[in-house]
Write a protein that binds this ligand. Sequence first.
Ligand SMILES: [Zn+2]
Length: 316
Amino acid sequence: MSDPHAGGGDPNISFGEVGVIERLMNLRQHQQNGKRSPHKPLLALLALARIEAVGSSAIPWVEAREQLGNLLVEFGPTSTASAAQSAAYPFTRLRSDALWVLDEDVPMDRIGPLERHHVTGRFVASVEHAMKDRQALFATARALVEAEFPPSIASDILAAVGFDPDEILGRPGAAASAGTDSTQVRRRSANWRGRILAAWDRQCAFCGFDGQLGFGSVGLEAAHVRWFTYDGPDSLDNGVALCALHHKLFDRGALGLTEDYHIVVSNQFTARTEAGQRVYELADRPLRPRPGTKLPSAEHVLWHTTQVFKERVGAE
Ligand SMILES: [Zn+2]
């Protein structure tokens, strides 16, 4: 096996795999004004999982329409476009990043030609080749998911595309070996978590959970309102302390905040048991931080509302 640093020099050009990974990572730069656009990263993750499963990234449109469409409904921002239309965008447009090819030359974005010609998409040969190396494939999958999504839901995404999340996330240093340039990677503030937990009195801002084990909080996390991966700062006006459950539900868009800081429960969230339905009871509760603690800024709350919260779509 080749060593990425063999022969010294710039690893970005001396080693093909690193170049491929960087091109995949550049997909993240297409976002505009904090608008979430996980379409291309999710297609890339789906194709990587296929390489891992069957040795080829080739995916027929009918399967991508279903799988990618579902992923975008589940993990993308609320959209007025149909799931199939949302899937057609990256399935045709990933070609312009020189990473993806279709076996028929069909126009961008249009579902009809994809269906009529039974189009199959796949990574270009250089990506396909580089990703035959399992280490590189896992490192790329990890770097892609971590660049786009918060840690609280990275494993949900990996499982949904067909990976074993532990295999991908349980490898120390995988992101570093993906060759991501450290100047591009924003550093998370080391003490932000502690400052947020202290500011919110070491209890969940939604339900009041304040469990401790030994000398520290347990099951309590600092949640970004505007995701760190979407330029959300490590500041006191961009975080709340949440229990692990409510953090997950907040990052998945099942829970949100109104502009006057009341909790809102998405009507797409459902639960059958009393324990699950306790989430419904959070609706309309005001956020009440201790005196001196800032509420999250209106700007960050608005970002969460428009980009993460699961709005009512096409309701009756
Ligand atoms: Zn809670």
